[in-house]
Write a protein that binds this ligand. Structure first.
Ligand code: KG4
Ligand code: ZN
Length: 343
């Protein structure tokens, strides 16, 4: 079964064809991130305007990459589209385009939750060294606006077990990068600066300048707004640490909290697999800390981290999630929902 996935929840316009939820056939993406970099953050109206311009060319490019005729896409079995959460103007571009194509081509339309889809990046193109995840699995979704821990008992049984009480991990990266003057998006900027520090200094010196919020708390909740305040206070003081060292400290604080809760959840729920997804999952240090904690805590679960291009927003994950998890709905029943939660 070939599904055309469409993703426009934030500043990306993406389309992909995925076969049977796992085999990526064609994938395209246009991003307005450079434009937002100039203003230091996303301007929703501008993002949606760019998406209106690029949505049809991106879909056409994806179909042609799969050698499918866009006038008569007989090989496409269904269309899947992100219906939330995200920016309303951006979501509407994808949802309305998908509805129109569904009517025009007479194909079923499957609405997809963007946050759940982030975890489905782990189902794309499995190999013998990175096989498919097994249930029960613990899923950590770390995107720009959301941080959630879920227990996946099956494709259709997903339970929320914790999440952030205030800022998301991605938001913590973006806001602290702004404080340090490192630009937007903050995650990759902090990661790059931290890498520079770690390349020369390694882990000789403890990276404990900043608090690990809620790390001792028994719940699976997170809180990152205090970290932002701590970084702001630190930046206002006279200090000897370079910006690279400060970045490494921020990254470490975020990674440690995320990993601590994920490992605890994996152990409590005896999970067979640990999945991460969302833009922050592209962080190399997070992956490193997670890998080493899985080993040192004797967690008997396979660890799944998507390739960087499938951590950040993409349409392949949308098509994959649609195959395994979601149901087609009549177009009248599908509406963009900017506040949609993970379950
Ligand atoms: O999932 P995503 O692409 O979009 C949303 O659904 O929000 O996530 C974007 C977030 C941003 O906060 C960005 O700074 C962060 O992911 N991010 C990273 C990295 N790459 C992107 N954070 C840490 N390290 C990275 N390498
Ligand atoms: Zn996302």
């Amino acid at each position: 079964m070939k599904i055309l996935g469409i993703e426009t929840s934030c500043d990306e316009t993406a389309a992909a064809i995925v076969e049977d939820g796992t085999k990526l056939i064609s994938n395209s993406l246009a991003s307005s991130v450079d434009m937002h970099g100039l203003s230091g953050g996303i301007i929703p109206e501008q993002a949606a305007r760019e998406q209106i311009k690029s949505i049809l060319p991106v879909i056409k490019h994806t179909l042609s990459g799969a050698k499918i005729d866009h006038k008569n896409p007989a090989e496409v079995d269904a269309i899947a589209v992100t219906f939330g959460p995200g920016l309303i103007g951006s979501l509407l571009v994808g949802v309305e385009t998908a509805k129109t194509l569904s009517l025009l081509w007479n194909k079923p339309l499957i609405p997809v939750n963007h946050l759940v889809a982030h975890l489905y990046a782990n189902w794309i193109n499995p190999t013998s060294v990175s096989p498919l995840p097994q249930f029960p699995a613990i899923g950590l979704v770390v995107s720009g606006g959301h941080t959630d821990l879920v227990l996946l008992k099956s494709h259709t049984n997903i339970q929320w077990i914790g999440g952030t009480r205030d800022d998301a991990a991605g938001e913590a990266f973006d806001k602290t990068a702004r404080i340090l003057g490192l630009g937007y998006p903050g995650g990759p900027a902090i990661a790059k600066a931290a890498e520079k520090y770690l390349r020369t200094s390694g882990l000789k010196k403890k990276l404990d300048l900043f608090p690990r919020p809620l790390i001792e708390d028994k719940s699976f909740d997170f809180s990152f707004s205090g970290l932002k305040t701590a970084v702001l206070r630190f930046a206002q003081l006279d200090h000897r640490e370079s910006i690279f060292e400060v970045a490494a400290n921020i990254q470490e604080a975020i990674a440690e909290v995320l990993v601590n809760k994920t490992i605890r959840a994996a152990s409590l729920y005896k999970s067979e697999s640990i999945l991460i997804g969302g833009g922050v999952a592209a962080n190399n240090r997070l992956k490193e800390v997670l890998q080493s904690e899985v080993i040192s805590n004797h967690i008997n679960a396979s660890l799944h981290v998507p390739k960087p291009e499938f951590c950040t927003d993409n349409a392949a994950s949308i098509a994959s999630a649609a195959f395994f998890y979601q149901n087609p709905k009549p177009i009248e029943a599908i509406n963009a929902d900017p506040q949609l939660s993970i379950v």
